[in-house]
Design a protein around this ligand. Sequence first.
Ligand code: F6R
Length: 261
Amino acid sequence: MEIVILPDTAAIGSLAADAIESLVQRKPDAVLGLATGSSPLAIYDELAARYAAGRVSFAQARGFTLDEYVGLPADHPETYRNVIHKDFVDRVDFAPGAVRGPDGLATDIPAFCAAYEDAIVAAGGVDLQILGIGTVGHIGFNEPGSSLASRTRIKTLTRQTRIDNARFFGGDVDAVPTHCLTQGLGTIMSARHVVLVATGPQKAEAVHHLVEGAVSALWPGTILQHHPHVTVLLDGAAASRLQLADYYRETYQAKPAWQGI
Ligand code: F6R
C-alpha cells in the first residue's frame, strides 16, 4: 500500500484526478469503479473542472458503481444511481448508459448480482477503483463479518452505517434502508488499481486497521493489504492513528512527482 498524507481534501482530489486523467489519456475506454458518499466528492469536483476546461474526456470511458440501497424508489434522490449522476456522471461527457450500478429494485437479486459481476468482466475489469471507507471499516457496503472473497450480493447494513448515513436522509436513521447490494471484497480486489480516500478524525480508527492492523473480516478494508496496487489518500486527521505516519510522509516526499500514484 502506498500511503499519502496530504494537507486537505482539495490536494487529495487533485492527486486522484491526476491519476484518472492520465489513465483516460492512455486508455480512453478505461473502466472506472465509482464510489458515492462524501469522500470522493473532491475528486469528482476536480474531474468536472478539468472536463469543463477541456483537459479530460470520458466519452469512451465506462463506469461501475460499488453499491446501491435496496428498495428505494428509482426517483429517490439518495439512490446511489441518482447520487453518482448528480455528483459526477452528469457533469462530464460519459455516453448514455456507460455508467452502470447495482439495481436495488431487482426482483431476482442473485441473478442480478451474477449478471453485474459478468458485466464488469465483459467490460475488461475495473482499471481504477475509487473507494471511501466507513467508520466500521467497510469498503463498498461490505460490513464487518463479510467474506474476504465475497462477490456482488445483498447485505444487511449495520446500525452504525445507517447512523453514519442518516445525514443524507434528513438525520432520520429509520429512513436509511436496512439492506443494500454491494460489490464484494473479491470483486473490489479484482480492480487493477485501488485509490481509497479517507478524511476526518472519524475515519482514524478504520484507517489504523486498514493500513496497520491484522487482515480480518472484522475490518473488511484490511483485505486491501493483499492487493498489489493500492493508494491510500488521507488528510492528517484520518492519518492521526498511524504508527508509521512519519515514514509514509518521508517516503512520499522523496518520490519523484512524475511517478504519480
Ligand atoms: C459508497 C460506499 C461506502 C462509502 C463509505 C464512506 O459507495 O461504498 O463504502 O465510501 O461509507 O462514506 P463517506 O465517504 O460518505 O464517509
